[in-house]
Design a protein around this ligand. Structure first.
Ligand code: ADP
Ligand code: MG
Length: 766
């Protein structure tokens, strides 16, 4: 009989036929890049003036005239229909964390010469606004079922695109999703608010410090996406993978990632074929996939795109997750985006790279050397290095001030297994700046001379005793070389021209943490603008005002800067000594959302409304509880349906063996000490002990879960508190004990009697 292992190991590698030109040459990426994306700039039938208006709108959020919307609706539907699309959908991101779509056909009817005729059409109102039944999307109690409507509104800043199924194509219109009272029910709306507000405040800041030409600031982001691939045959036989996205137990193989031979290793042919098809599909959707490689754990991989504007990057990362899963299926893999599919092996994260740039073409987090300015004399080296240092100081203060809310923004049941698990950044939020930048800030804050590690001396005093900032860009670039030597253990690291927020989970939408990070920076930018204005009014020079600002923020935030090993136990002690918050699990982190003092800045700057925060608190908490309930129930079911039956069957085999020996040696005294008999009896004994213990612990868990759902007669908040306490202090440790017993039993039971695919199968045999 063919086993699941035979299925998995005898897969044919899927070959795809890349498109060719008329000479039979395979097309270059640039020749099919973004072929499924609607580019209004190139569209036929839209006047240049409307194209210009569209461009402006995507930056300013102004309203589009109805007749212009009509033109765009016509152009985009012609484009999509010509490509074979039959349907369109408003594509949005509800609080489930996934993207959502409801398809409508282009079919319409017109009345002509007394006849009703069918035609394919997208109207302006269909393009602009949709009203899906929102009652089944999580709203955290924001609406009741009778007022179930939600509205999707076209987001003009993110381009429309076509997705393909085997039997047809759909035009997707990126939209925001809100309740009738205007409350955002999605990830995108607050992100858009934060992007627009950060542009206003950062532009104001730059204008104040000597860059009057700047009119707009863009948030950029690039999300590195990690994932695992497991053969479908193994996946389908693991109820925990199907139900929870992660294995709830599994005995570790002798070799896993100790030798680090998988990281950047040679990609196996079947996986490479998958990656090639993945990239092909991403390119057609205008998603600029740049790197692909093996990750640290066996079976783990990564893709990273070129960075782009944050709203687009967030939309595209949602698509990347969907497409990874879809292409994996075609190759008989299942892609696991869970943060911790296999325990004791590296989990998956999403490094969210983040930076700000201005409309003059400058990355504001990058030092501009002479080379960048050889064609421009509008800015001096010194001026740009001050801008750079001021913005870094602002961002560090933002993280310092709002560390708990940032920690909340990455909280999920899945990420709890990863944060602080000695392979991912700890749950303590700190900033890595590198020694040089830290030294520079220290010296500015103290008004002293600093000696950087490479021996350079930064003299921060002039002859009159006034502090000056005398670091030219060239010199700073030299000093900053150490930032390319990344500290992988930091949750928030400066890596030379951007910050990397590394605590984000691999399955999480990046839009939520991005909105919080932006809001934190906005909060400090607003204060910085007041600070600079006050100083200028009092007669300070711009230089002195900037220096005072850097000094102020750095003194405040020095405690959050940590350049050492974030995985070490010493750091936990040191962080506690510094008074940094350490919200170890999701329940503690999500509670931050119900603390008005901590979240007030989100409301004050118009990024979230109070009711929206309440919604998110309820949704996050509810999802956390549901996720764990599903995990507990799946664990119980797997113990009863798989683990214990395997053990019983194997025990039966051993007992039969002992009985048959008994028969053979009937009456033979020496047999009582026969070693065969003894070790088999001892195996049986071990199996008995472990399985009895497993049985009783599983029963206990089952009873406790029932009690958990009984306590619904309290208010939601009290109920959460009771449930959280029970979950973290009793249920999770108990389920952990059950998992360990399952692992022990897996080691004791002969492989042919163990019905579930093992880590050995899933990580090494596909
Ligand atoms: P590493 O794994 O060494 O961090 P990768 O090349 O895997 O590097 O990923 C780097 C990510 O950072 C890419 O997505 C890249 O586009 C993004 N990135 C690079 N520069 C910036 C920037 N200025 N702003 C935002 N993201 C950036
Ligand atoms: Mg990175």
């Amino acid at each position: 009989m063919k086993s699941y292992r035979d299925n998995a190991t005898s897969r044919l590698i899927r070959k795809i036929h890349f498109p060719k030109n008329e000479n039979g040459r395979t097309l270059k990426i640039s020749e099919y890049y973004a072929e499924n994306v609607f580019d209004f700039k190139k569209a036929l039938g839209i006047p240049e003036s409307v194209k210009k208006e569209m461009q402006e709108i995507s930056l300013t959020g102004k309203l589009l005239l109805k007749e212009h919307a009509e033109m765009i609706a016509h152009a985009v539907s012609e484009w999509a229909l010509n490509k074979g699309a039959t349907h369109f959908c408003h594509w949005f991101q509800p609080l489930t964390g996934n993207s959502a779509e409801k398809h409508d056909s282009f079919l319409n009817f017109i009345y002509k010469n007394g006849e009703i005729l069918p035609l394919d059409k997208l109207t302006a109102s269909q393009l602009l606004c949709g009203g899906p039944d929102a009652s089944s999307f999580p709203s955290g109690g924001a609406r009741s079922t009778f007022e179930a409507r939600g509205y999707t509104v076209w987001d003009m800043s993110s381009p429309m695109f076509i997705t393909e199924g085997i039997n047809g194509k759909v035009l997707c219109i990126p939209t925001a999703f809100a309740a009738p009272n205007g409350a955002a029910l999605d990830i995108k709306t607050p992100l858009l608010r934060s992007i627009s507000k950060i542009s206003d405040e950062a532009t104001r800041f730059l204008n104040l410090i000597g860059f009057p030409e700047v009119k707009h600031v863009t948030v950029n982001s690039g999300a590195e996406q990690e994932y695992f691939l497991v053969d479908k045959a193994y996946y389908n036989l693991r109820p925990d993978l199907v139900m929870c996205g992660r294995t709830l137990f599994g005995s570790l193989t002798a070799k896993n990632q100790q030798l680090e031979d998988h990281y950047f290793g040679n990609v196996n042919d079947r996986v490479l074929a998958f990656m090639q098809e993945l990239d092909y599909e991403l390119y057609r959707l205008g998603i600029p996939s740049k790197t692909r490689h093996n990750e640290v754990a066996p079976g783990q991989f990564e893709m990273a795109p070129f960075y782009s504007e944050a709203n687009l990057s967030s939309d595209q990362n949602q698509l990347v997750m969907v497409i990874i899963k879809k292409i994996a299926e075609r190759h008989d893999f299942k892609a696991l985006l869970h943060e911790k599919p296999f325990s004791k092996i590296n989990g998956s994260g999403k490094h969210v790279n983040w930076s700000l740039s201005d409309d003059q073409g400058n990355n504001l987090l990058e030092l501009n050397t002479d080379a960048n300015y050889s064609n421009s004399n509008s800015i001096s080296e010194d001026k740009s290095s001050k801008r750079f240092l001021a913005l870094i100081a602002i961002i560090v203060e933002a993280v310092n001030r709002h560390a708990e809310v940032l920690r909340m923004s990455v909280a999920s049941a899945g990420n709890d297994h990863r944060l602080g698990a000695n392979e991912a950044p700890p749950s303590i939020i700190s900033v890595f700046l590198g020694d040089t930048l830290s030294d520079i800030f220290k010296s500015i804050a103290n008004g002293t001379t600093s000696h950087s590690k490479n021996g350079n001396v930064n003299n921060n005093h002039n002859g009159n005793g006034n502090r000056i900032l005398n670091l030219g860009a060239k010199q700073l670039t030299q000093l900053l070389i150490d930032n390319t030597d990344r500290n992988r253990t930091s949750p928030f690291a400066f890596t030379g021209n951007r910050f990397e927020f590394r605590a984000v989970g691999s399955s999480a939408p990046i839009g939520f943490p991005l909105s919080i990070l932006n809001a934190a920076v906005i909060d400090v930018l607003v204060d910085s603008n007041c600070f600079i204005e006050n100083h200028l009014t009092k007669g300070f020079s711009v230089d002195d005002a900037i220096e005072a600002l850097i000094s102020r923020w750095f003194k405040n935030s020095e405690k959050v800067v940590f350049n050492g090993d974030g995985y070490s136990d010493e750091w936990k002690l040191e962080a506690a000594r510094r008074g940094l918050p350490n919200l170890i699990n999701s329940t503690e982190a999500i509670e931050v959302l119900s603390n008005e003092c901590k979240t007030n800045f989100l409301i004050k700057h118009g990024i979230y409304r109070a009711d929206e925060l309440n919604t998110r608190y309820n949704v996050l908490m509810e999802r956390y509880h549901m996720q764990l309930k599903i995990e507990f129930a799946t664990l119980i079911s797997m113990v009863n349906q798989h683990v214990l039956p395997s053990v019983i069957n194997y025990k039966l085999k051993l007992s039969k063996f002992i009985t048959s020996l008994d028969k053979i040696y009937d009456g033979d005294k020496s047999y009582q000490t026969d070693c065969d008999n003894l070790y088999v009896k001892s195996m049986l004994q071990k199996l008995n002990n472990k399985s009895q213990s497993l049985f009783s612990k599983t029963n206990k868990l089952n009873n406790l879960i029932k009690e958990l759902s009984l306590s619904n007669n309290h208010s939601a908040h009290t109920n959460n508190a009771i449930n959280n306490k029970e979950i973290t202090s009793t249920l999770l440790p108990l389920s952990q004990e059950i998992s360990l017993l399952c692992n022990d039993l897996e080691e004791l039971v002969a492989a042919e009697h163990w019905y579930l695919p093992k880590y050995y199968d899933m990580l090494f045999l596909s």
